[in-house]
Design a protein around this ligand. Sequence first.
Ligand code: PXG
Length: 470
Amino acid sequence: MQDNIVIQAPAVAQKRTTREWQQADAAHFLHPFTDFGALAKKGSRIITQADNIYLQDSEGHRILDAMSGLWCVNVGYGQQALVDAATRQMKQLPFYNAFFQTATPPAIELAELLAQVTPPQFQHVFFTGSGSEGNDTVVRMVRRYWDVLGQPERQVIISRKNGYHGSTMAGASLGGMSGMHAQGGLPIPNIVHIDQPYWYQNGQGMSREEFGKVAASWLEAKILEVGPEKVAAFIGEPVQGAGGVIVPPETYWPEIQRICDKYNILLVSDEVICGFGRTGRWFGCETMGTKPDLMTIAKGITSGYIPLGGVMVGNRVAKVLIEQGGEFEHGFTYSGHPVAAAVAVANIKLIQQLGLVERVHNDTGPYLAEQFASLREHPLVGETQTCGLMGAVMLVKDKAKAQPFDGDLGVGMLCRGHCFGNGLIMRAVGDRMIIAPPLVMTRAQIDEMMALIRRCLDLTLADVRAKGWM
Ligand code: PXG
């Protein structure tokens, strides 16, 4: 006999009005990266459902989600295969841990599948619940690696200003966001930063290729400043996502790889955004031509349908930890969560079946690049960049001089407001307008998105002129 009391739980009380949702939200829900007081006064936008690349809010508005939720819904919304995988696994075994010499079939199957779709040096994975936990794991694992090898002084991890690696203590420390460092006593010790490879802002007067090499040389300078015998690893996103879709010059990453090799330093590729097809290859490091020792993964691994992250551990590190490491004293309740793993397996298989990586590489990626390049004719647009299905449009005051607007004017936020008002989700990072749409997006949907982007740029231009800012 089964003791469980079966209650027919109602779905969320969808009957409430927008105002009622907003009031309850303001009364109880502290949102991430949000000015709590300001949002409580203004009221949240309530998203109630979604399908394919479109969201719907509580007022019935249809919105084209050009940010894939938060860089994660790679297969788009409403994929039944993922829902079925979660349902089946929840019924069979909703949870068991992987701590005490146990494992569950979905986690094993996912580990095996990841070894197939990642570059060949990766045969092992350490699961976490998020990208931030993945990067905390990276910090502990690289320090442990050098410790086991008898070089405990190799503690320093070099990362980049304006990089984003998450919001835990180590993740935020690795990240180069000054606003985050200003809260909570960050960075933690032995994490140092170099400047980002942002050609449009810092490389004017040089070709992109020249600048790429100069920006990479900052890594070597930092290694020499710290002392090569103290440096454990370098970490970076192949393309900086949250920093504003900063696509580095083609010369940058090969030079970074050369420098890491020269000083025997571990290279870590944070693939939380760039992984699982975003750049038109399975992983961003393949697009950039590097061979990392570790890769952080999350987001697109489940297309955001359920939280999951991890670290792919390359043979160089895995061999040392497995053969000489003893117990690695690190892990999370949800490391290898069976339901999350089952959804990830279904998601990766769906990406394969739909040929999404190839589609982005051969078709929609190049098409988006062409469309974004055509935006450069617009009076507000200083530069555009794309990589696979991610893109950025930089709004500037004077195109000829590459002169930005005064940051306090909030031109990017103005443009974002027009996007919201016109049924398009696009993010503003300062005055850089960015997109990372679901990889299922078709050419016709790219056309639809471009028409909305053009309209919003025109509306922003009209505002900026009316205010006399340009
Ligand atoms: N690394 C990278 C490269 C990321 O983009 C993380 C790690 C952390 O992952 P979790 O799962 O812990 O959030 C991220 C997350 C934004 C934005 O505003 C970007 C992220 C998260 C929240 C907001 O673009 N990326």
